[in-house]
Design a protein around this ligand. Structure first.
Ligand code: COS
Length: 390
């Protein structure tokens, strides 16, 4: 039986994250959104209080929090600002392939670097011509003695301009399709070029950049997993991280829902607060259901992972539902504000812009439906179990 009763430790974690979101994130969120500034000061503080790198196992010196713990933190922090949480959480996405595929020595070295100081790591999968179609990537890695040499460009890379480490997927056998991709942990040097910082619709406090690797040399010990097994590693990573994205989407929905509910009790039209009108009540009811079910789906997919079970189907259910719900809930929140919702001063429109990326990154809502359809029609297609080590 699934039991979502939080332990005292999980309640403390939720309070810590909520307090941080309220005191550190919210006061600067709208300013960083307006200016597109990078939340370095918040990253430093989050690192100091233990709200970053929470996934690093205890055996490597980390807090070893599980996937459900991660969801609890990500919802609260995204209630503060999902753009800032994207900056704080990107290390988790980059560290997952290291924890799943790296040698013990590499895991130890990488964990120590992230835990010692607020260093950032980026996950580099997407390319201009390879978004949903991962195996269409063109970045090449060629083995030369005890090194690999990487060439190619990756786009939409979170924290790309500020990262010291990059987990890069590249073709090691270009003729072999998805069976010719490998993953590498790359340390930044002067062959790693930040080409472009994107000017985005939402999550403007997160840095998104194009990164080019020009004859970048990587020691062979930084190959993650086996050569040519990088595609499956990436899929396993996404199974691992999509519950967290669903939790982030829940945080955005909840924030917009709270703001709209409060406003509906204050705004008077036709002689009563608009919350007294059934048209608004039904919107509020649907929003409440979507927030509630988004959280349950995120937690369910996380708990499966914590139990060492494969959660491919459930993480796609959660990511798809929570992301689409975030778009709907935030749009309805703007609607409840009426014309004021369209005015930046009223703040609620930021959630609608931030919600859009939830339907796009870590697999679009269409890709989640593709995974759900395949898993439903061919449930035993993927033999490999997820491990609970990352
Ligand atoms: N875990 C382990 N293995 C998996 C897997 C999973 N979750 N999903 C697929 N695989 C395996 C398959 O079993 C298959 O193995 P074989 O080579 O032994 O046959 C292999 O990977 C290829 O799978 P599939 O045929 O499903 O690959 P497709 O090229 O059709 O791609 C999708 C599948 C579209 C689902 C995948 O490319 C995807 O998730 N794309 C979105 C990428 C994304 O999220 N990008 C965002 C960037 S990260 S911010």
């Amino acid at each position: 039986m699934v039991d979502f009763t939080l332990t005292d430790e999980q309640k403390d974690l939720r309070d810590l994250a909520h307090d941080f979101a309220e005191k550190e994130i919210r006061p600067v969120a709208w300013e960083l959104d307006r200016d597109g500034g990078f939340p370095q000061a918040i990253i430093n503080k989050a690192h100091e209080v233990g709200l970053m790198n929470t996934h690093i196992p205890e055996e490597y010196g980390g807090p070893g929090l599980n996937s459900l713990d991660g969801c609890i933190i990500e919802e609260e922090m995204s209630w503060g600002c999902s753009g800032i949480q994207t900056s704080l959480g990107a290390n988790g996405l980059a560290a997952a392939p290291v924890m799943l595929g790296g040698s013990d020595e590499v895991k130890r070295e990488f964990s120590a670097a992230l835990l010692e100081s607020p260093k950032l790591a980026s996950f580099c999968l997407t390319e201009p011509d390879a978004g949903s179609d991962v195996s269409g990537m063109r970045t090449r890695a060629v083995r030369m003695g005890d090194k690999y040499v990487l060439n190619g460009s990756k786009c939409f890379i979170t924290n790309g301009s500020y990262a010291d480490y990059f987990v890069v997927y590249a073709k090691t056998d270009p003729e072999a399709g998805h069976r010719g991709i490998s993953a590498f942990l790359v340390h930044k040097d002067d062959t790693v070029i930040v080409d472009k910082k994107e000017d985005k619709m939402g999550q403007r406090a997160s840095n998104t950049a194009t990164i080019t690797f020009n004859d970048t040399e990587v020691d062979a010990r930084y190959l993650l997993g086996e050569e040519n097994h990088g595609f499956k590693l990436a899929m396993r990573v996404l199974d691992y991280t999509r519950p967290g994205v669903a939790a982030m989407a829940t945080g955005i929905s909840r924030a917009a829902f709270e703001m709209a509910t409060a406003y509906s009790k204050e705004r008077v039209q036709f002689g009563v607060p608009i919350a007294m009108h059934q048209a608004i009540q039904f919107m509020i009811a649907d929003m409440a259901t979507k927030v509630h079910l988004s959280r349950l789906a995120a937690w369910n997919s996380a708990v499966l992972l914590d139990q060492g079970k494969r959660n491919t189907l459930e993480s796609s259910h959660a990511k798809r539902f929570a992301a689409d719900s975030a778009m709907e809930v935030t749009t309805d929140a703007v609607q409840i504000f009426g014309g004021y919702g369209f005015i930046k001063e009223y703040k609620v429109e930021k959630f609608m812009r931030d919600a859009k990326i939830m339907q796009l990154y870590e697999g679009t809502s269409q890709i989640q439906r593709l995974v759900i359809a395949r898993e439903t029609l061919l449930p035993r297609r993927i033999e490999e179990p997820a491990t609970a080590t990352a």
